[in-house]
Design a protein around this ligand. Structure first.
Ligand code: NAD
Length: 497
């Protein structure tokens, strides 16, 4: 059985913990590897390595740091097939989708290659007589990232390329469900010339996370995962005096206006609700049918949901792969059972899908609910599976109120051909990432990613300028060179005369 260890000081690190967790192949249900779960002492070793590497790395010219990232970018491209296969084998999503997610991560590396431009400070000559003032952005020190299972390459790459390009050292704690891709990224960074200790990986669960949160030498925590844990990370980071950005769960609404191009809306919804088996924080899990569009929308959706091709992610014909674990499959099926009990109409039932030769895989077919209401738990809670709920509202304003009253505010989209509705929607909606006729409005690397309300705790979104601000602290220097000036003591606030 393959064992997956940590990566510290530029090499595999076995650590002293004996605890392990199973890594499954979701397509077959088999255990394919065991991953080590770090102890507090293992976390301490990683922090010591990152601390040793920090002073030299922070002093390395930003262009030299960026050049290592350029090499890293080339290595990711060269090894993209292998990285993609690692994602497919541990997460379960289909190959092309996994490849797409790797590329979205690569785009953050491309962004980080240009960071020298963004680390330039500001300068004002003569803020006072012969006094100059300037500001610089300096690295924080050791930063840590804690990431979810659903994007094993992309979400870590929202964080570490920006952090290390800004001169920080980094410790990643990937999801214990699919850690192999991160280990390979660490090896590629080393090949690219990254000094040992600048990027480390600690595998583990709550014990490793708590070790990071409580360690005095860690300056900042970036987290992506479920809302309950995001809130915990936010509170603990504040308690232990760390800068924090903690991105949480979601319930994304897709508004379908009566004037929309219905084919475009249905195709957009299919990809956004069932792509990656709904295991995306930007999945559209609620379709809001406005006015009289509901019947036709449900009819067209149901035909397509029934025709979805379910299969192992590595099979190029599959449109939707399995869920990540059996535990998660049971949870998602439980929500479908609950929806039926709550009185929603289950138009397409994917609970009984069985694939010949893959009987033990974690598969569920696409599920479609109609007549869902605001009071139902299947509407309020994040299901994180291929389950789309259609909720009917009478008009545009009711759709906006519905979304604004929801506890989550990650992403949302409106399908319409009316500019007035589109503009009003983008202006009024209380959500961080908004699409107009774009089913999954994930911002590019040079913009920033983040939700509102209980989808993000903290002040900064990820990557783009927000990422640079998060991973640097501002210092402002005011200076005067004495040239025969004789100062008397001044006991009042200096002001401009
Ligand atoms: P999760 O919250 O279970 O785990 C995320 C990370 O937290 C993992 O590394 C895990 O080891 C760690 N963790 C789990 N329990 C912990 C505990 N009790 N104490 C400390 N650490 C703990 O999330 P997941 O199931 O891996 O991922 C799915 C969730 O992530 C969904 O809710 C999804 O919406 C969310 N997500 C959000 C975004 C976003 O950008 N907002 C992006 C991707 C995923």
């Amino acid at each position: 059985m393959k064992s997956i260890f940590h990566f510290v000081d530029g090499k595999e690190f076995k650590g002293d913990s004996k605890r392990v967790s199973n890594i499954y192949n979701p397509a077959t249900g088999e255990v394919q590897a065991k991953v080590k779960l770090a102890s507090r002492a293992d976390v301490k070793s990683a922090v010591e390595s990152a601390a040793r590497a920090f002073p030299d790395w922070a002093d390395t010219p930003s262009l030299s740091r960026a050049r290592i990232l350029f090499k890293f970018k080339e290595l990711i491209e060269k090894n993209s097939d292998e990285l993609t296969k690692l994602i497919v084998s541990e997460h379960g999503k289909v190959y092309d989708d996994a490849k797409g997610s790797l590329i979205r991560g690569l785009e953050v590396v491309e962004f980080a290659c240009g960071i020298p431009h963004l680390l330039k400070g500001e300068f004002t000559e003569n803020v006072g007589k012969e006094v100059d003032s300037w500001s610089v952005r300096q690295p924080l020190g050791i930063c840590a990232g804690i990431t979810p299972f659903n994007f094993p390459a992309m979400v870590p790459m929202w964080m570490f390329p920006v952090a290390i390009a800004c001169g920080n050292t980094f410790i990643l704690k990937p999801s214990e469900k699919d850690p192999s891709c991160s280990i390979m990224l660490a090896e590629l960074l080393k090949q690219a010339g990254l000094p040992d200790g600048v990027f480390n990986i600690i595998n583990g669960d709550k014990e490793a996370v708590d070790g990071l949160l409580k360690h005095d030498d860690i300056s900042a925590i970036s987290f992506v995962g479920s809302t309950a844990i995001a809130k915990y990370i936010y509170e603990q980071s504040a308690k232990y005096e760390k800068r924090v950005q903690a991105l949480g769960g979601a319930k994304n609404h897709c508004v379908v206006m009566p004037d929309s191009d219905l084919d475009q809306a249905v195709n957009g919804l299919m990809g956004a609700a069932y792509g990656s088996a709904g295991e995306r924080c930007m999945a559209q899990s609620v379709a809001v049918a406005v006015g009289n569009i509901g019947d036709e929308l449900v009819k067209r959706l149901s035909q397509k949901v029934e025709a979805l091709k379910i299969g192992p992610g590595i099979d190029k014909r599959s449109e939707m792969g399995p869920l990540v674990t059996k535990e998660h499959l049971i949870k998602v099926k439980g929500y479908v059972d609950l929806g039926v009990k709550e009185g929603a109409k289950l138009v397409v039932d994917g609970r009984n899908v069985r694939l010949q030769g893959y009987e033990n895989g974690f598969y569920i077919g696409g599920c479609l609910f109609d007549n869902v209401t605001e009071k139902m738990r299947i509407y309020k809670e994040e299901i994180f599976g291929p389950v789309l709920s259609v909720i009917r509202v009478k008009d545009f304003n009711s759709a906006v109120d519905l979304i604004n009253n929801h506890e989550y505010g990650n992403g949302t989209t409106i399908f319409t051909r009316d500019g007035d509705s589109a503009r009003s929607f983008t202006n009024k909606i209380k959500v961080g990432m908004v699409g107009v006729n774009i089913p999954i409005p994930v911002p590019m690397a040079f913009h920033s990613f983040g939700g509102w309300k209980r989808s993000l705790f903290g002040d900064h979104h990820m990557h783009g300028l927000e990422g640079v601000r998060f991973y640097t602290k501002l210092k402002t220097i005011t200076s005067r060179w004495p040239s025969g000036i004789k100062d008397n003591p001044e006991f009042i606030m200096p002001t401009m005369k």
